[in-house]
Design a protein around this ligand. Structure first.
Ligand SMILES: Nc1nc2c(ncn2[C@@H]2O[C@H](COP(=O)(O)OP(=O)(O)OP(=O)(O)O)[C@@H](O)[C@H]2O)c(=O)[nH]1
Ligand SMILES: [Mg+2]
Length: 671
């Protein structure tokens, strides 16, 4: 059976171009349906092992036809049972082109809304809040461009997904009484939503009438329509159309924003002069990204602003940066919340809620401000048009290692959190590069690991602290680049050099509202992680850590810690358990070490366990590259669609981590 998808939309919205792209990608057959009208092309493609028949309908302004061609098309769309349909609206004139979309969704009760020509919209400074539109409409909405190919595959995938039927409800105002009466008559007799037929019968749509006559209800419906005409005048169609436009007005309210496009401003010229210069470009790009990271990390962890301040002799500012940052403030908030839960509830509930749930979820949530800041600043870069120029500027550097300049974005995002970092691997040009990045971007240290680095660095001699944190970042990025290169070559067999496919949009003046849409769109993945996976695993981990299982595991791996880190006995057990716990969320590593000595102070705990500075350094590097957290593993599976690849990359990371620790212990143990 061929899974049938009708593609409908107003004239010129880009239906045929979209279908031609699909043909180009998954060609199997282009044919005119035998025996039926030649106006509707049917294209057979193979996707994901599935046979898919795509119906290219001619443009229709509405399902109430004004020409013979439209009538044939509308009748076919209305009467035939498609497995699904894609209703295309044009991003560059969304409101106008939604009219047919709204009608087709109302009629069919399912369907995918595809917003075409996003490339042109971007150039014109038009922004559409897809999430909001989707929420208001209740149907999936996917933006795409047949020119850049962005979103094309997603549209198809969405149309192949099983969809719940739901009703798009339009209030027909004065005609509501008649719409309800007629639809009661038609319910169960017609395919699709009887309200649509009722409204169209009132609007005198010949297609709707034909169906109504064919089920033998012409007479009865006509009586009701006559009644409506007596009451409200003869042009009932006008009321129906007006009510639909009213619905669309409300639908797009707050959804469309237009930004000013800048071509000639001095800053646009200056940015282009810097970023598009082959020598200055990479430098300027790094400078901008460094500023993004500096601001976000300093606001949220105090580092590296504290280092800068104290090296300038501004100790009180450095201290302020360390104690007034968001992760510190939220961290202590969740600590006291956990404390309150422990006191309020009898054990084991108090401990489960306090030490398990609140501590686990709180640890993740305290990073939310950082994620939000990083995304917000990246949204500024993206929305203003600076981001694509950064990709262009850095492209020559990434090309050396077989990647393209776009790889900078998963990298930077991963410095906040690996979960969205893995998801953003989608920007990469080819499936092979995308997977190679998704498999290895976890080596880029996230914020949680930064917290662990900073704590472990406090066990080192003061002069070496900042240096060791920088070194561990450099090392992790190197591991990311090398492993990505190797996976691309060996696993995904990438042969040709990747090409950066990117058009430079004009600069825009960002609008706060749009920046917040973009930021929220990304940041919500992070909250979802905190709400679901972390919640579940916090509970599981609490059970493991409370039971003797953890000690058994700690003991079992003692020889490994002894070999790699030179740790024995209790110290080895604690570190093993800490590393295990760190797979839930990296910062938990610290908690376990601290709790082991009954304090919340890492220095005291390290002293009690006899951990030397060299071991602390080795541990820091090991934490940097070992096993991503559970949430990251979950999204890696989503992106890679293979547990084998996930297992491979996790296995490799463990080996790299153990070897790294061993090498550092050996080398620095010599001094
Ligand atoms: N910028 C941009 N233009 C596009 C895109 N897709 C289509 N177009 C242009 O939009 C115009 C209409 O495209 P078609 O694919 O013929 O539109 P259609 O919906 O099939 O039109 P009808 O068959 O007449 O209803 C053409 O000039 C295309 O080049 C896109 O992704 N980006
Ligand atoms: Mg066409």
């Amino acid at each position: 059976m061929c899974y049938s998808i009708a593609v409908v939309g107003q004239p010129n919205v880009g239906k045929s171009t979209f279908i031609n792209v699909l043909i180009g990608k998954y060609v199997s057959e282009v044919a005119n349906w035998p025996g039926v009208t030649v106006d509707i092309k049917i294209i057979k493609i193979e996707y994901d092992g599935k046979e898919v028949c795509i119906y290219d309908f001619p443009g229709m302004y509405s399902l109430n036809p004004t020409s013979e061609e439209e009538r044939i098309a509308a009748e076919r769309f209305v009467t035939e049972d498609f497995d699904n349909h894609i209703a295309i609206a044009d991003s560059t004139s969304l409101k106008r082109t939604l009219y047919l979309v709204v009608q087709s969704l109302e009629l069919k009760g399912k369907g995918v809304v595809a917003l075409s020509k996003t490339d042109a919209a971007l150039k014109a400074g038009i922004h559409i809040n897809v999430g909001l539109l989707e929420k208001k409409l209740g149907f999936p909405v996917i933006p795409f461009s047949s020119y850049t190919l962005e979103g094309v595959e997603e549209v198809l995938e969405k149309a192949l997904e099983r969809q719940k039927e739901r009703e798009l409800y339009i209030n027909y105002g004065d005609l509501e009484y008649y719409v309800v009466r007629i639809s009661e008559l038609l319910r169960g007799k017609v395919k699709g939503n009887p309200r649509w037929y009722a409204a169209e019968a009132l609007a005198d749509n010949p297609v709707a009438w034909k169906v109504i006559e064919s089920v033998g209800l012409g007479e009865e419906v006509r009586k009701l329509v006559e009644g409506a005409k007596k009451e409200l005048g003869t042009d009932l169609g006008k009321i129906i159309v007006e009510q639909r436009w009213k619905f669309i007005e409300e639908l797009v309210e707050g959804v469309i924003q237009v930004e000013k496009v800048v071509k000639e401003a001095w800053w646009a010229k200056a940015l282009d002069a810097a970023l598009l210069n082959p020598i200055l470009g990479p430098l300027a790009a790094f400078l901008i990204l460094f500023a993004v990271l500096f601001v976000s990390f300093s606001l949220n962890t105090g580092f590296p602003a504290n280092v800068v301040f104290s090296s300038l002799g501004l100790d009180s500012l450095a201290e302020a940066a360390e104690s007034y940052n968001t992760s510190e403030i939220l961290g202590s908030f969740f600590d006291s919340l956990a404390e309150a839960a422990r006191n309020a509830l009898p054990d084991p509930w108090g401990s489960l809620v306090g030490d398990g749930i609140i501590a686990g979820v709180g640890a993740v949530l305290s990073f939310f401000p950082l994620i939000f800041t990083v995304y917000f600043l990246l949204a500024v870069l993206e929305d203003s048009g600076v981001a694509p120029r950064i990709a262009v500027a850095l492209d020559p550097l990434f090309r050396v290692v077989g990647l393209t300049g776009k790889a900078i974005f998963p990298m930077i995002i991963s410095m906040g959190c690996n979960v969205p970092g893995v998801l953003s691997s989608r920007v990469m040009e080819s499936a092979a590069l995308r997977k190679a990045v998704a498999m290895n971007v976890m080596y880029v240290p996230c914020q949680a690991r930064l917290v662990v680095f900073l704590a472990l660095a406090s066990l080192l001699p003061p002069w070496s602290r900042a240096l060791s944190v920088l070194a561990v970042y450099a090392y992790s990025l190197l591991v990311f680049i090398v492993t990505t290169y190797i996976s691309a070559k060996l696993i995904f067999k990438v042969k040709e050099k990747a090409e950066l496919v990117m058009e430079l949009p004009p600069y825009h003046v960002p609008k706060l509202r749009i920046l917040l849409w973009m930021t929220w769109d990304q940041a919500k993945h992070f909250l979802k992680k905190a709400g679901t996976i972390i919640f579940v695993f916090s509970v599981i981990l609490w059970f493991v850590l409370e039971s003797s299982v953890s000690q058994a595991i700690g003991k079992a791996f003692e020889p490994l810690s002894e070999w790699a880190l030179g740790l024995k006995g209790e110290a080895a057990e604690v570190i093993n358990v800490a590393m295990l716990a760190g797979t839930v969320a990296k910062e938990v590593v610290l908690d376990v070490i601290a709790i082991s000595s009954g304090t919340s102070n890492i220095k005291e705990a390290a002293a009690a366990l006899g951990i030397t500075p060299v071991q602390a350094l080795a541990l820091m590097f090991a934490v940097a590259v070992y096993v991503p957290c559970i949430a990251t593993i979950a999204v890696m599976k989503e992106e890679l669609e293979s547990w084998r690849l996930v297992a491979l990359s996790v296995g490799v990371s463990i080996i790299i981590s153990i070897l790294t620790a061993k090498i550092i212990t050996v080398i620095f143990g010599l001094f």
